[in-house]
Design a protein around this ligand. Structure first.
Ligand code: SF4
Length: 450
């Protein structure tokens, strides 16, 4: 990566940021397969040429252009974008123009390296003369993933609403898969059904997302659920229920977590992963929380000009959160009438859980807030075991593990840490098998409440 030496800092601000994606191909990385596809479909409905990139095929490139000190998701996504661009260049030849694309790499504000991925990837892309001019579209948690600037202003609010809705529906499809696959009549039926359903819902989102006709989307979702239920073999008895928490990318990306859920199922479990919408709600909640703290401070110092600014922020983020939670509740309410899938944790409630036992604080931030409280909730709700999935050396997840392990020991709930990098640990499957043995024992003693 020799030309990284001559990089100018301007590129980090000029070529990483929020860009209008009109007439561009908007490249979406595949963290969670269903979520990525429904989001891309929603964007397409709004006239944006959105495309989900293939994932994990560029791992060699990812390894080649990282030093090994980065988090695993950085390695994977670096490989994904390089693989895509190289393949695209080969496919198009002279017609390839990097300016035709905007690569979407969100970032997070706070103590994590995640905020640096897109800057690092900028440096990597700049080291290839032919990819220098591709821009990186960076949405940030700092403003609750605002979509302003991406498309014409008057459509931003609708795009945000439809996008959030697609995230919730993708969560439901995932939960449907995890609910039916352990009980399927024939091996492979559930996977095939969910893959087809995902494509069906893509079409639905493209058509009804821009019209905000969420009722129509829900009607289709209900049809999918009714069909999905048919896959369950009623003669298979309930299995131990395992909750998964951890770093959002690794716990959601099936190759990154080496098919953790499938492995838990192989050893007789039924698993539920923390949702993606939970993270979206958390970013809005946290921005609202910061605005409230800022407002209190300004009021104390009688800075009336700043008070106005914080009030506006409170209204904006409070409005987002209110909208998101209402929508999410509406979807789960309808779905739960048809099939028993676990509800999602409300972020405000998770903060209370942490405060109750003084386990951690939202002041520190990061996913540890959600994971620690989420684990406590899983234990209270009668789950038979909990797995924490994260990239090797991930700071918030290591914090989670340190706090939660003794707690789970005390509660007698089986708990397992599964850190991942690009290597395959020979003892991983044995650890999961042992964990599932403990979960079975817990299940035999306490049953399950869900
Ligand atoms: S959350 Fe973990 S994986 Fe993500 S940037 Fe931070 S340390 Fe890395």
């Amino acid at each position: 990566m020799e030309s990284a030496k001559v990089i100018s800092f301007e590129t980090l601000t000029e070529n990483v940021g929020r860009f209008n994606v009109k007439n561009k191909t908007f490249l979406i990385p595949q963290m969670n397969r269903i979520g990525g596809h429904l989001l891309a479909a929603t964007f397409r409905g709004f006239g944006i040429k959105a495309k989900v990139m293939e994932t994990f095929k560029g791992m060699d490139l990812g390894k080649e252009y990282t030093s090994g000190k980065e988090c695993y998701p950085c390695q994977i996504t670096t490989g994904d974008i390089l693989y895509f661009l190289k393949t695209e260049k080969e496919r198009l030849g002279d017609a390839f123009d990097p300016e035709d694309y905007v690569y979407f790499m969100p970032e997070s504000d706070g103590p994590c390296r995640f905020g640096m991925y897109n800057k690092y990837q900028r440096i990597v892309l700049d080291s290839f003369p032919e990819f220098k001019r591709i821009r990186i579209g960076a949405l940030t948690t700092r403003d609750g993933y605002s979509l302003e600037g991406l498309i014409d202003e008057e459509r931003v609010s609708d795009l945000r609403k439809a996008s959030y809705f697609s995230v919730v529906v993708a969560d439901i499809l995932d939960r449907l898969l995890w609910r039916i696959r352990p009980y399927e009549k024939e091996k492979g039926m559930a996977d095939e059904f969910i893959e087809n359903s995902m494509h069906l819902m893509e079409e639905v989102f493209e058509v009804y997302g821009p019209k905000k006709n969420f009722e129509r989307i829900l009607d289709k979702l209900e049809e999918v659920i009714e069909q999905g239920k048919e896959i369950i073999d009623p003669s298979i008895p309930p299995k131990p229920l395992i909750g998964i928490v951890g770093e959002i990318y690794v716990r959601s990306h099936v190759y990154a977590n080496q098919n953790l859920i499938r492995l838990l199922e192989k050893y007789g479990g039924e698993a539920v992963n923390a949702s993606i919408a939970e993270w979206m709600n958390y970013t809005s909640y946290d921005r609202l929380r910061e605005a409230k703290i800022g407002l209190r401070l300004q009021l104390k110092q009688l800075r009336l000009g700043a008070v106005k600014k914080y009030l506006k922020k409170m209204l904006d983020f409070g409005g987002d959160l209110y909208y998101q939670e209402i929508r999410q509740r509406q979807v789960y309410k309808r779905v739960k009438k048809l099939i028993n899938i676990p509800h999602d944790h409300k972020v405000g409630h998770l903060e209370k859980v942490l405060k109750e036992k003084d386990l951690f604080t939202f002041d520190v931030g990061t996913e540890a807030c959600l994971s620690i409280a989420g684990i406590v909730e899983y234990a209270r709700e009668g789950f038979n075991g909990v797995v924490n999935a994260y990239p090797f050396t991930c700071m918030p997840s290591t914090t989670t593990s340190a706090i939660v392990k003794p707690l789970m020991d005390k509660l007698g709930v089986p708990y397992l840490d599964t850190p991942y990098d690009s290597s395959y640990q020979p003892g991983r499957e044995a650890a999961i098998r042992t964990f599932m043995y403990q979960a079975h024992q817990h299940f035999n003693r306490h049953g399950r409440r869900h």
